[in-house]
Ligand binder design. Structure first.
Ligand SMILES: *Cc1c(COP(=O)(O)O)cnc(C)c1O
Length: 347
């Protein structure tokens, strides 16, 4: 597969903006910086951030065993996914495939970029319908979005479905692994070398507990990362985000122990939810949330709100009628949820 043939012509031909920090890179020498029109008085934030976020990439590279030139960082997953659209999808010509019920941003981004979103619903087990997906592909299909573990259903897609799509589709396959750290299944990162069309997104927003700093990560071949680097805004990850991310990545044991704690909370909730009589179905989950089907989602949602608990009502999503999505909280929050659910149940 030729990645270069997938790139939009205007993007392939464009010259990137060369920022001051990009032009002069050496950082070890003591220099006088009069190149970027910054205010010279040091306050911790008066300088432009590193456009290539080298320190953050170095530690991610060590943790994930992926070379730095196969990593792209952005202002949340939102930005790195938007860059994918802009690099590979020609407005009003190309299309992408998404698999509802899934993460809402793929549809928003395709709309924003004037790209047709061909929706192929998951099957009754929330697995991709591979044959239906292959039937939807044409020469203008550029990206298939696979969210695994999937939001809002919580399950991971079967390896077999994913491999079939990677092998049979000549465009790009994006696997969104926002919830991978809560799963016992392996990430697809180590398969990058085997599939030149594979792209993986991760984020510091969920397991790493850093939703507020907005740091999204894309892993792909050097060819793909090079194109995305060329078109990204030069200073897309600010210096406060970079330093917070570094701090957190250096306290990896804390992250691990929080993940263990959240997984214990998940086991507790899965058991306790069985005892709530208006919950009709509890879907299996590899994520930090649980999807449940109740008797009347709008009614139960309102009841919980009145008791001070906010869950996500997903009942308007395809295949999710009367479904609520519940995030795993702290031990105390989980207990409060269960007590509340039991207090509002019938009879
Ligand atoms: C929460 C979530 C993200 C995270 O997005 P950020 O912009 O990095 O905060 C990405 N993908 C999915 C499926 C999510 O549920």
């Amino acid at each position: 597969m030729e990645i270069n043939q997938l790139i939009r012509t205007n993007i392939a031909q464009m010259q990137p903006y060369s920022s001051a920090r990009e032009e002069y890179k050496e950082s070890d020498k003591q220099m006088v910086f009069l190149d970027a029109n910054e205010n010279p008085f040091e306050n911790g934030s008066n300088r432009y951030p590193d456009p290539q976020q080298k320190s953050v990439k170095r530690i991610l590279s060590e943790h994930k065993r992926i070379p730095e030139n196969q990593i792209l960082l952005g202002n949340g997953s939102d930005e790195v996914l938007d860059l994918l659209f802009r690099a590979f999808c020609e407005p009003n010509v190309d299309n992408v495939i998404t698999l509802p019920p899934t993460y809402g941003m793929y549809a928003v981004l395709s709309n924003l970029n004037a790209i047709k979103n061909r929706e192929v619903f998951l099957n009754a087990d929330f697995e991709p319908d591979v044959q239906a997906i292959l039937n939807q592909i044409d020469e203008n299909t550029k990206i298939i979005f696979l969210c695994s573990p999937n939001n809002p259903t919580g399950n991971s897609f079967s390896d077999e479905s994913i491999v079939t799509l990677l092998k049979h589709f000549k465009g790009l396959v994006l696997i969104d692994e926002a919830y991978i750290d809560f799963s016992d299944k392996e990430s697809w990162l180590q398969e990058l070398g085997d599939y030149p069309n594979l792209i993986i997104s991760q984020t510091l927003s969920k397991a790493y507990g850093m939703a507020g700093i907005r740091l999204g990560i894309l892993y792909a071949s050097t060819e793909i990362i090079t194109v995305l680097n060329k078109i990204k805004p030069p200073y897309n990850v600010n210096s406060l985000t970079q330093s917070k991310a570094l701090e957190r990545l250096n306290q990896y044991e804390d992250v691990i122990s929080e993940i263990v704690n959240i997984k214990e909370g998940r086991e507790y909730l899965l058991k306790q939810l069985l005892q709530v009589n208006f919950i009709e179905k509890i879907y299996p989950t590899d994520a930090n949330f649980i999807l449940v089907k109740v008797d009347d989602a709008n009614f139960r949602y309102q009841q919980l709100l009145e008791k001070g608990i906010v869950v996500r009502n997903r009942s308007t999503q395809p295949l999710c009628s009367n479904c609520l999505r519940i995030t795993i909280g702290t031990k105390e929050e989980n207990e409060q949820l269960i007590n509340t659910l039991k207090s509002i149940q019938n009879g």
